[in-house]
Design a protein around this ligand. Structure first.
Ligand code: DGL
Length: 271
């Protein structure tokens, strides 16, 4: 019997930064990538409306794809609605992506950590709770960016980077205080790792840009292992079928289709 897919979900192309890590560690699995491009950007949504949208959309995706695991590869969605999704669909298995504040606080030497995210993610109670629980000994600087998710979409679709705009968005991450400097910037939006090279060029001093995708991929391996029977775990390679990309707009543009092809994803055409 064919294995059920792992469904990776984001508002746009950001979840691809998580998908590529998961595929490295689980190359034999079947993947469905879902971009809710009709709702992009999530950073601008009012909380109750976004929560309702996510619950309704997920209900359809669970029916259409019967995934074994759903990875919410979007901080803006997961910090708002991960608990609601689990409550609405108790039989489904969800893995979330939330700001990597705990590892950043453990690794920082200066004690000055910045969290770069959508304005919605920096406002969330979930994010404040992570800081209170894991980073009380650090100074956490929350930086909400209105533009970076769009700038990352443009970057991966081959547009010329607007360095001045990108610089303006990351500049507040760099804090100097009492002889110390920010040494870690948490990339708390899955779109941002696409821009890491540009961030490095524009940074006033070197920092660690913390991308949580490898840790999420390791977590998915653990969850996938737990979800499989011993026979399935020993089943070996060769079962992967073409990974598929689904766009909720049903009208991905040529640049989006090219990008999906670069990631080895076939764009599913709705019937
Ligand atoms: N990729 C999403 C995240 O991780 C957000 C982008 C957006 O829709 O604003 O937060």
């Amino acid at each position: 019997m064919a294995r059920r897919p792992i469904l990776v979900f984001d508002s746009g192309i950001g979840g691809l930064t998580v998908l590529r890590e998961i595929r490295q560690v689980l190359p034999d699995r079947h993947f469905v990538y879902v971009a809710d491009d009709a709702g992009f950007p999530y950073g601008d949504w009012e909380e109750d409306r976004l929560r309702e949208r996510l619950i309704a959309l997920m209900g359809r995706l669970l029916i259409d794809h019967a995934p074994e695991i759903v990875v919410i590869a979007c901080n803006t969605a997961a910090t708002l609605a991960l608990a609601d999704l689990r409550h609405a669909y108790p039989a489904a298995c969800f893995v979330g992506t939330v700001p990597a504040i705990k590892p950043a606080a453990e690794r920082s030497r200066s004690g000055l950590v910045s969290v770069l995210a959508t304005p919605a993610t920096v406002r969330r109670d979930y994010t404040r709770q992570l800081i209170a629980t894991f980073a009380a000994h650090c100074e956490i600087n929350l930086v909400g960016s209105r533009q970076l998710a769009r700038l990352a979409e443009a970057h991966v679709q081959g547009d010329t980077d607007d360095h001045a705009a990108i610089h303006a968005e990351i500049d507040p991450c760099f804090v100097e205080k009492a002889g110390q400097r920010t040494d870690i910037v948490v990339l708390a939006c899955t779109h941002y790792p696409f821009l890491t090279d540009v961030f490095e060029q524009l940074a006033p001093w070197p920092v660690q840009w913390l991308d949580p995708a490898p840790a999420i991929a390791r977590h998915v391996v653990t969850v996938a292992g737990a979800a499989l029977s011993p026979a399935e775990l020993g089943a070996g390679t060769g079962e992967a079928t073409d990974p598929v990309a689904v766009f909720t707009s049903r009208r991905p543009g040529p640049a989006q289709c090219r990008l999906m092809a670069q990631f080895g994803l076939r764009v599913a055409v709705p019937g």
